[in-house]
Each structure stands twice: as structure tokens, then as C-alpha cells.
Design a binder for this molecule. Structure first.
Ligand code: CP
Length: 327
């Protein structure tokens, strides 16, 4: 069995099915910490986690920092806007400066695809976790999405999710909808769901498909109404205005009419369909406000899952294979 222990977490592509299952199982074990009156365990006491967000974030940054604190790590949070980055300090010098203070892990979000991989080459001993790099990958978001879906499926089946590995995800039909071109979540989800044995389709306007889509392990669909027919999990992606998504469609109104998860389309889905969205949602564009609040939409639950999943990511990255759960 391979293990995520002691490794950087840069891409879902670096995992195999065993290490994916190990991350989900470890996150499940950490859910119990949330139920305690003192929500803390000493697992990373004495370790230092640096949080470097060069791009905006609400849930990823806060949940990583919460996760590190729940594990009793110390957190160094770089406020990029008031840091020496603004005086022209390079990413490499910034990382090497922070590592010189004695850190154990770097959680990095950056607008440039591949920045976390670069950082992993520059650090001496710290472990690097990718919190989203450009349009490339967002591995912990994909882990959160699979973790949440697995929990919902386990509850419905009346079985514990803990110990179920990837079984509940195997053979499921996943449809990923919207701006795939700019979505790091889509890239990580496609890899993760495939690793779990699910079948993945993407449904998007042709202009919002990436050039390399033919090489991906997905079915490519263009008609959303029919794509939703057999979907068990619908992953809705945000239209990324900050990356120019709007210029790839005639208008946002037309995108919504053709590819939005509107009330009419949600009525085509079965009562058991699980709707995910990584957030932030743009209500009224890729998802209607009432669908966002529909009980089938698990967006709030995904946010809740963020803390134990990121506890697992940090804990395993800073463990040795011998001390990690399930080793
Ligand atoms: N899903 C996600 O990455 O959200 P944030 O940009 O708020 O971190």
C-alpha cells in the first residue's frame, strides 16, 4: 500500500487509490475533534505551518489555518499585501526567508500554475501543500468534495463512511458543469473521481473546454439537460470572471440559459442526486439561488468538511509512514 505520509501534496496526480483512501480515512478520524469541547489535539505540537496566499481566498485559507491550530501547530500567516513581496521580493526569496525561520509546512495559493511545485524544489525540509495554483489544480478541494459525497452516500446507505475506503464512490456517475477551462477544481476532481473508480463527464460550452481535453479521462457532453439525466453527482463550477470567463461566452445571461443549474434543470435531477459547488458561488449565474439552498446541494457541508480534510492533509504531510494512520 502506498502512503501520502511525509509527502508534499501538490497534485491529485501524485496519489494512487491507496493514498487517496488514506487521506479520506484520516479526515474521517479527525471529524471527532470537532465534537470535543476543546477542539484540539496535540498531533502537530511544536510544528510550524506557513500560510502563503498570493490570491484571494475565504474558505481555503481559513480552513487550513483552523486545521493547523486544531492540530496544535503554530501558524505563520503572510499578509501578502503588506509584505516585502510588494517591494519586489521574489517568490523564491520569500519562501527561503520564511523557511529560514524554521517552518515545517508551507500552504501556498498562487495565481501561477506550477508555483507550489517550484516551491517544493526550493525548500530544504518543509512539506508543501498546494492550496490552488492558477487554473492547474486544487487538490484539497477535490478531497473535500469526495469526502463530503462519500459521507452523504454512507448516511443514505446506513453504513459508516469510516473504513469504506473508495467503495461508495466506485461506479458513480459524476457530471462536472460549467467553466472547465479555468477550473483547477475540475482538474483535481477529474483525477480524484477517476482514481476512486467513478465515471466522469464534463459539460461545458466548447469555448470553455481546455485545449487538452481530448487527453483527459472524461466523456465530453454539450447538452446539459441530457447530461443531467443519469447524473448521481453534479459538480457545478464557478464562472471565473477574474480569469476572463465572461469573454468566452456571448453573455453571462446566455451561459446561464444554456449551462446554468437553473430551477428547471434541478427538477430534471433525481431526489438522491448530490450537487456540489466548491464556492464561492455566483448565485444566478452558474447556479440559481434556490438550487444553492436546495437540500440536495451540499455546499455548506463541503465547507464543514474543509477542516478535517485539511487536518488530514497537514497531518499526513508532516508524518512519517510509520506513524500515519492506516500505515
Ligand atoms: N473553494 C475555494 O477555494 O474557495 P476560496 O477561494 O474561498 O478559498
Amino acid at each position: 500500500m502506498s502512503s501520502a505520509a511525509g509527502q508534499h501534496l501538490l497534485s491529485i496526480g501524485d496519489l494512487d487509490a491507496d493514498s487517496l483512501a488514506q487521506l479520506l480515512e484520516t479526515a474521517e478520524a479527525f471529524c471527532e475533534v470537532e465534537q470535543r469541547s476543546v477542539k484540539k489535539v496535540p498531533a502537530l505540537k511544536g510544528k510550524v505551518v506557513a500560510s502563503l496566499f498570493f490570491e484571494e481566498s475565504t474558505r481555503t485559507r481559513l480552513s487550513f489555518e483552523t486545521a493547523a491550530k486544531r492540530l496544535s501547530a503554530d501558524v505563520l500567516s503572510l499578509a501578502v499585501a503588506s509584505s516585502s513581496v510588494k517591494k519586489g521580493e521574489s517568490l523564491r526569496d520569500t519562501v527561503e526567508t520564511i523557511e529560514a525561520m524554521g517552518i515545517d509546512a508551507v500552504v501556498i495559493r498562487h495565481r501561477s500554475a506550477g508555483a507550489p511545485h517550484q516551491v517544493a524544489r526550493w525548500v530544504d525540509r518543509a512539506r508543501v501543500i498546494n492550496a490552488g495554483d492558477g487554473s492547474h489544480e486544487h487538490p484539497t478541494q477535490a478531497l473535500i468534495d469526495l469526502f463530503t459525497v462519500r459521507q452523504v452516500l454512507a448516511e443514505r446507505a446506513g453504513v459508516p463512511s469510516q473504513g469504506s475506503g473508495l467503495d461508495l464512490l466506485k461506479g458513480r456517475r459524476v457530471v462536472i458543469v460549467g467553466d472547465v477551462r479555468h477550473s483547477r477544481v475540475a482538474r483535481s476532481e477529474i483525477l480524484a473521481y477517476n482514481l476512486a473508480g467513478a465515471s466522469v463527464a464534463i459539460c461545458s460550452p466548447g469555448t470553455l473546454l481546455p485545449d487538452e481535453v481530448a487527453e483527459w479521462p472524461v466523456e465530453v457532453l454539450s447538452d446539459l439537460d441530457s447530461a443531467l439525466g443519469d447524473a448521481q453527482i453534479v459538480s457545478v463550477l464557478r464562472m471565473q470572471e477574474e480569469r476572463g470567463s465572461g469573454s468566452y461566452v456571448p453573455s453571462l445571461h446566455e451561459f446561464t440559459a444554456t449551462y446554468g443549474l437553473t430551477d428547471r434543470r434541478a427538477a430534471l435531477l433525481g431526489p438522491e442526486t448530490i450537487i456540489t459547488h466548491p464556492g464561492p458561488m455566483v448565485r444566478g449565474v452558474e447556479i440559481s439561488s434556490s438550487v444553492a439552498d436546495d437540500p440536495r446541494c451540499v455546499v455548506r457541508r463541503q465547507v464543514t468538511s474543509g477542516v478535517p480534510v485539511r487536518m488530514a492533509a497537514l497531518y499526513l504531510a508532516l508524518s512519517t509512514p510509520e506513524e500515519s494512520p492506516g500505515a
